[in-house]
Design a protein. Structure first.
Ligand code: FE
Ligand code: ZN
Ligand code: FE
Ligand code: FE
Length: 188
């Protein structure tokens, strides 16, 4: 592509930023799709362990309910990803998701940095919504890849989870309304 070759002409500094290709690098969209599925499989599995910690640190019953419901949904999403692998003729495989690991670390850090109660609840919602948005972006992309690749069953399954992640995000926004106001009144 012309823009690419132009940007490469900006000199040695730009050239030094071009990453070194790994031996197992994806050569096509299908391989990229499969790699990102493995990433998401790791991420969803990680969330089945991270959400219980968020629940244990939450105080407002509505937040605990929303997180508990989404934990249940998340466990079903892990199974659904196994179905996606199966529909592609693959065995489920996980590959560490650097982004989700970072989001979970940040959630831990946010919980430790807030007083227990509505302030920590507000922090938990912010961390949980960052996760939902990452998942929405990931499932949206993979659903589109599946469509382009003609993998209709995978596309439908990924779309189903995409909608669940959007619902979870909306539920957290609704819970945040009351909690944020209470947290504001706590100002020390
Ligand atoms: Fe999920
Ligand atoms: Zn990732
Ligand atoms: Fe990012
Ligand atoms: Fe989610």
């Amino acid at each position: 592509m012309k823009t690419n070759s132009n940007s490469r002409e900006h000199g040695a500094e730009a050239a030094s930023m071009v990453v070194k290709t790994k031996p197992d690098a994806a050569e096509g969209l299908r391989e990229l799709f499969e790699d990102q599925l493995k990433d998401l499989y790791w991420a969803e599995n990680a969330m089945t362990k991270a959400v219980p910690k968020m629940i244990a640190n939450a105080s407002t019953p509505e937040l605990i309910d929303a997180l508990t419901m989404h934990l249940d949904v998340t466990k079903k999403q892990v199974t659904r990803l196994q179905d996606v692998f199966k529909s592609l003729g693959l065995k489920p495989e996980a590959k560490k998701c650097e982004a989700m690991e970072g989001l979970i670390k940040e959630a831990d850090e946010l919980m430790m940095s807030t007083e227990e109660g509505v302030v920590r609840d507000a922090a938990i919602i912010s961390a949980a919504q960052k996760v939902e948005h990452y998942e929405i972006a990931s499932y949206g992309t993979l659903r589109t890849f599946a469509n382009v690749l003609g993998e209709n069953e995978a596309e439908a399954l990924l779309e189903e989870t995409l909608n669940e992640e959007k619902d979870a995000d909306a539920a957290l926004s609704a819970v945040a309304e009351a909690i944020n106001v209470e947290a504001m009144e706590k100002a020390g």
